[in-house]
Design a protein around this ligand. Structure first.
Ligand SMILES: NC(=O)c1ccc[n+]([C@@H]2O[C@H](COP(=O)([O-])OP(=O)(O)OC[C@H]3O[C@@H](n4cnc5c(N)ncnc54)[C@H](O)[C@@H]3O)[C@@H](O)[C@H]2O)c1
Length: 422
């Protein structure tokens, strides 16, 4: 059997979306190693080659240009070109929902198969895409075994979920609050731990399945907190005479929302250098709004609910979280409709992306709320978002007007609804 490849020091990243591109540039910046990236979307690769981002994300573009210029980040024109030079490969491709809620792993398994097709040199394969617990053991491992590969001997395999937030991709990747490494063999555990040792963050070294589970634990909690807040806000709306803003402000003043400050070190040293956890603003997920959207919380909550069902658990909390996430969008549409004097009322909607400061409109609540209004006959809708107008228009062919700027919308509409701060 061949030895695990150690002669080539390059890192390959497959899939250059929010996670992959940030991982590629972040690793080049932090580790000083050369990184080669590949995306199957040729238009996306061309944009990146010109030093431009294919999506809105602060800071990342500057570092993309820096590393392209230095030659520490290169774009490959084929998957084989990327993989053949690398000893470590990060898989950052999408894992969207199937119709039944299951995670669709086709992009991932295709990319792994294509990687294994390249040559028989052995490498460390790192799954950064979000995948359901047991994916490495039950889907990827058999795929490697069919090729006669023994993990830990002929190849490495690790799960390394990513926790960055869109809109903060660069800052979150460069300053992670934790790094989770799931590895069931020494080679994978040691290689990845060494790579991440330059980051000033605690490393949780655990099994592959636990690492996969941790990502879902995190995202389903965030989704549940959002749905809880929206359910409570809907109840308050129906009760009447409750100031929801005051109520949630008081809730957030509970000191248990903030982790205790780490005491100063006796020698007056840097607190961060102790590896201590920074206070985390979880309270921002406990606020009434329009529901959760984007690429992660909806699909990951659905995937976990599906997985629970498969193992005989009726996941009432997860189902409730998802159902409330639909109810809140109708509720927001009903509230807007209740302010209209007729179906001709000129409605202005501000905020189209799933979160402020982003152009990502995947599963955005704005699309559902506007669709509910249109179905109810409110046909005079104008929208504005500083970043997401183009992606929204491309993704949802809705019969609405797009305002040039915020002032134009404010001047032309009778009712203004801010779905997301922009
Ligand atoms: N977006 C987030 O905030 C976030 C955060 C943490 C984890 N994740 C997870 O990370 C993964 C990627 O998410 P994303 O938001 O970066 O997705 P994305 O859609 O922005 O990017 C995925 C990229 O993979 C490319 N791709 C697909 N098949 C490929 C192949 N065979 N070879 C090369 N490229 C291929 C696509 O063209 C696309 O550009 C998902 O599993 C997601 O759940 C996302």
């Amino acid at each position: 059997m061949a030895n695990i490849k150690t002669d080539n020091n390059m890192i390959a990243v497959l899939g250059l979306g929010f996670v992959g591109l940030t991982t590629a540039i972040g690793l080049a910046e932090k580790t000083g190693r050369k990184v080669i990236g590949f995306d199957i979307d040729a238009a996306r690769s061309r944009t990146l080659q010109e030093g431009k981002l294919p999506f809105h994300e602060p800071d990342l573009g500057d570092y993309l240009q820096k590393h392209l210029k230095q030659g520490s980040f290169k774009l490959a024109s084929s998957l084989a070109d990327a993989v053949v030079l690398a000893d470590t490969i990060f898989f950052c491709v999408g894992t969207p929902s199937n119709d039944d809620g299951r995670a669709n792993l086709t992009y991932l398994t295709d990319a792994i198969e294509a990687t294994l097709d390249v040559d028989d040199t052995k490498r460390l394969l790192v799954v950064k895409s979000t995948v359901p617990p047991h994916t490495s053991c039950e889907v990827i491992l058999p795929l490697l075994e069919r090729r006669g590969l023994v993990v830990g001997h002929d190849t490495g395999l690790a799960s390394n979920p990513e926790f960055l937030r869109e809109g903060h991709c660069w800052a979150d990747f460069m300053n992670p609050d934790r790094i989770v490494i799931g590895a069931d063999d020494d080679y994978s555990a040691q290689t990845l731990s060494r790579l991440y040792s330059v980051f000033n963050a605690p490393i949780i070294l655990t099994s592959r399945s636990t690492a996969e589970y941790i990502k879902y634990l995190s995202n389903t909690l965030l989704a549940t907190m959002i749905s809880f807040s929206n359910e409570m806000a809907m109840i308050a709306d129906r009760l009447g005479d409750v100031d929801v803003g005051d109520a949630f402000k008081a809730l957030h003043m509970d000191r248990r929302w903030t982790l205790p400050e780490v005491p100063d070190t006796p020698d007056g040293g840097d607190k961060e250098a102790t590896g201590s956890t920074q206070p985390v603003d979880m309270a921002s997920y406990v606020l009434p709004g329009s529901g959760f959207g984007g690429y992660c919380l909806p699909k990951d909550t659905k995937a976990m609910a599906h997985l629970a069902q498969q193992c005989g658990i009726d996941a009432l909390m997860l189902h409730g979280t998802l159902e409330t996430n639909e109810l809140i969008k109708r509720h927001r549409a009903d509230l807007i409709a209740s302010r209209c004097t007729s179906k001709d009322t000129r409605i202005g909607i501000i905020g189209l992306s799933f979160k402020p400061g982003s152009d990502d409109v995947r599963d955005t609540p704005a699309a559902a709320i506007i669709s509910h209004l249109l179905q109810a006959g409110y046909h005079n809708i104008t929208v504005y978002d500083p970043f997401a107008m183009e992606t929204f228009a491309q993704s949802y062919a809705l019969p609405i007007n797009y305002a040039h700027d915020r002032d134009a919308l404010l001047a032309s509409c009778e009712i203004i609804e801010v779905i997301k701060d922009v």
